[in-house]
Design a protein around this ligand. Sequence first.
Ligand code: FES
Length: 364
Amino acid sequence: MSQDMSDDKLPQAHGAGEGHGEVAAADNPFADPGLPPHEPRRTDIDERAAKRAERQVSLLFIVSMLATVGFIASYVAIDPAKIVYIFPLGHISALNFALGMTLGVALFCIGAGAVHWARTLMSDVELPAERHPIEADDEVRADVIQQFKTGAGESGFGRRKMIRNTLIGSMALVPLSGVVLLRDLGPLPGTSLDTTAWKEATPTTPIRLINVNTNLPMKAEDIAVGSLTFAKPGPSALRPDGLQESDEDFQQVIAKSALMLIRIQPSDIKDAKSAALGFEGVLAYSKICTHVGCPISLYEQQTHHALCPCHQSTFDLSDGARVIFGPAGHPLPQLKITTDASGYLIATQDFDLPVGPSFWERNA
Ligand code: FES
């Protein structure tokens, strides 16, 4: 079915089989030529051809279902490390190839079946549609609803049960391909986020705070009031030489242990517990947002607010990093700091809360 939008001033469009020569082209070069006569397809006049087309459509939907089952079976059965040679692609992952092929076939067969159904069995009578105001009146709406019902009836969706059932089956199975892929989201974090590299810090084996820019230990006087500095763990009992970039777990350790250091006037600190965890107005918070883990780096010194750039969670660092805006559900974890005999900032225990996203409940 197609739509022909005609201007009010132009001759009216005509129904199927009408309109040839009603307005002479010589009199009006822009005359609406009308619609050509409707030619019935073979499936319109031959019930056996229609049945054959119905079986072909259903076959495509059945192949789609089988391909989806094949997708799931491939995911379960094929070793992810297995490499095969496929011409002309070369050596590729057998699992990726099987998943791609089966999902492609499943989606292609649904599309091909729908197209074949529309081209052979649904009504192809062309009808003109008059131009009308954008806001349809009740009569037009009723007409549209009637046309929809007519179209639904002509499509045979209710009558051709084999097509309907196989289409529903293939559409219902295809999403399963996405469901099984959820398994690739990785292992649950378990307790891996409960502690950080700072857990090695104790009163007898403290860990120094190292400036990430200078790679040097920091003193409280290095941090000006109103400033924001970033730090990482220094040498510890576990790693006497300190964390090295060549360490296999460098990124993971740094990500979990990243510190955001600010210094504010002690009289501006509203939360007593937070003040006790700091040192002379220097407060050390986790840099990892408690929403979904983005690094926080925007700090407004007048308000002491830290803003996460991902979804605008805002934390009041003068009030225990309480969430004052945004989707984060927990305050930023804070690290207890003090100084050693040489005046360097040190940590003597891990963060007061697990760092990172708080999508699992941790009773904080
Ligand atoms: S990750 Fe910080 S607000 Fe979403």
